[in-house]
Design a protein around this ligand. Structure first.
Ligand code: URA
Length: 293
């Protein structure tokens, strides 16, 4: 191999080491680039791009968008790099937080927010909940799920036998969607806002590496999976986000609006599935919650 080849190889390795040090866990690689690096013949043109992906935390622009998706989503398959040391993981997470806390990519949200709501909980959590976006209470306090819906989520977590600090809670958006001219109320994030903000969430998940994800409501499913199928159809059915089992369920705000026992039971059954997936102990009492007497 020529000196030029080795120089290029060294530069590529250096670049990847830099990404890894900053917490990036995945990098998309085109098969023909891998083949060129290995000095092998180029793969046939019909081979799907992205068939080989090592360590992929592709930029949003590099993620493939399935037909009908509002925006692009992660590419499978992926080969996951070895885990970072606890120190490197904590440092990468802090670096990510620092970047998110000063983000001004959505100028309207940056100027209307009181706080960036980065996320809360254990960065070693096996279970991660993902919601839509901060509301007024979350914006005020800088912590996700602290308002009425958040209190219900905390109750659900506790009923599972866990504490809030044992799981990780994040959102698709880190800023409260602005509602200019209105003193109250929330609005759904726009596709552009979701596409702009979601790389932070992808990085959070890549670093935390939860064993199970719970997507709370349709926006969370849309953001993580690119699926615009209604939450009513998807809830209760295991999905996969980059090799991580993902359970879609109703948003707690929906349960506040619809107090029917049957809806509570549906969400609870989703949580029982999550507990089973995590091999958590489940008591008979827990199994029978929200069943009619
Ligand atoms: N609803 C969400 O989706 N996220 C929050 O943080 C609060 C309410």
């Amino acid at each position: 191999m020529s000196d030029e080849y080795h120089q290029l190889l060294d530069a590529a390795i250096q670049h990847l080491e830099g990404l890894k040090a900053r917490g990036v866990r995945f990098v998309p690689v085109q098969p023909e680039h891998l083949a060129a690096l290995a000095g092998a013949p180029r793969p046939v043109a019909s081979r799907p791009a992205m068939a080989t992906a090592v360590a992929a935390a592709p930029k949003p622009s590099e993620r493939a968008a399935p037909a009908g998706a509002l925006f692009s989503v992660p590419v499978e398959p992926v080969v996951v790099l070895p885990a970072l040391s606890p120190e490197a993981k904590a440092a990468a997470f802090e670096d990510l937080r620092a970047r998110a806390m000063v983000c001004v990519k959505c100028p309207n949200l940056a100027s209307s927010r009181k706080n960036v709501v980065f996320g809360v909980g254990s960065i070693d959590a096996e279970l991660m909940f993902v919601g839509e976006a901060p509301g007024a209470d979350e914006d005020e306090q800088g912590e996700p799920f602290v308002g009425k819906a958040g209190q219900l989520l905390t109750k659900i977590i506790q009923t599972m036998g866990l504490q809030r600090g044992q799981v990780y809670i994040g959102n698709i958006l880190k800023c409260r969607p602005d509602t200019p001219g209105e003193s109250a109320g929330n609005r759904k994030p726009t596709p552009a806002e979701m596409q702009t903000c979601i790389p932070y969430l992808h990085e959070q998940i890549d670093l935390i590496r939860p064993k199970v994800l719970v997507a709370l409501g349709g926006t969370a499913v849309e953001g993580l999976l690119g699926k615009t199928v209604g939450i009513t159809k998807l809830r209760g059915q295991w999905q996969t986000y980059r090799n991580i089992p993902l359970m879609p369920t109703y948003h707690p705000a929906y349960l506040l609006r619809n107090q029917a026992l049957s809806e509570k039971r549906r969400v609870w059954e989703d949580m029982l599935s999550v507990m089973e997936k995590l091999n958590m102990p489940i008591s008979e009492k827990q199994r029978s919650f929200f069943l009619r007497a």
